[in-house]
Design a protein around this ligand. Structure first.
Ligand SMILES: [Fe+2]
Ligand SMILES: [Fe+2]
Length: 203
């Protein structure tokens, strides 16, 4: 598989781990069984990362690959165009969730229900998009694009440093990184699979 596809798959795997951490916080808040305080900063940083890195690199790369797909197989590419349209709505949804947390940071009282609703909406939107791409888009890209296509896209989209999972972790994300080391539930035992999907270990 081309290294570009491997990186995209790894991105999805990383995003899932992060979303799982956020989900755990919201689950705890909703259950009302607060064995520890709600980790606001974890969610703030996760929102920042999932806004910055995908917007700067992951989404433009997928958009460029789908453009290449149109040149190779226009009809099949049309079937996944709607997935690329989701990028804008995901970015807008992330911004809305960020605003709620900015209000908290500014000392405003945000109803617990609203916090849960906006955070869940963000997590669900992201998860659904990733799963749809793993099932529909990535297998098409792997099957229909050539190495030359991938090389051309890799050159056209300037590489961005991954501030959380990359080698140069931004100071802002350091405690998030520590949290991810302990991340266990949803993505534990899962690994990127060669067809673009995910499998549970042992299967
Ligand atoms: Fe995407
Ligand atoms: Fe993606």
């Amino acid at each position: 598989m081309h290294p570009l596809m491997k990186t995209l798959q790894q991105d999805h795997y990383n995003f899932l781990k992060l979303l799982n951490c956020v989900q755990r916080e919201v689950d705890m808040l909703e259950s009302g069984q607060m064995e520890r305080p709600f980790n606001v900063m974890l969610v703030v940083d996760a929102l920042d990362y999932l806004k910055t890195y995908p917007e700067q690199w992951h989404h433009p790369l997928e958009d460029a690959l789908v453009k290449k797909l149109h040149a190779r197989a226009d009809e099949q590419a049309k079937e996944v165009d709607w997935l690329m349209a989701e990028h804008k709505s995901l970015e807008a949804q992330t911004k809305i969730a960020q605003r709620v947390y900015q209000q908290i940071a500014a000392g405003h009282v945000v109803p617990r229900e609203r916090l849960i609703e906006e955070t869940r909406g963000f997590v669900h939107g992201q998860l659904a998009h990733i799963h749809r791409e793993n099932a529909r888009l990535y297998p098409l890209l792997i099957r229909l694009l050539t190495d030359d296509d991938m090389d051309a896209v890799a050159e056209a989209v300037p590489e961005r440093e991954d501030g959380l999972f990359g080698s140069l972790q931004r100071a802002q994300y350091q405690h998030l990184g520590a949290e991810l080391v302990h991340e266990a539930a949803m993505t534990q035992g899962q690994r990127p699979e060669k067809d673009g999907g995910f499998v549970k270990s042992g299967l």
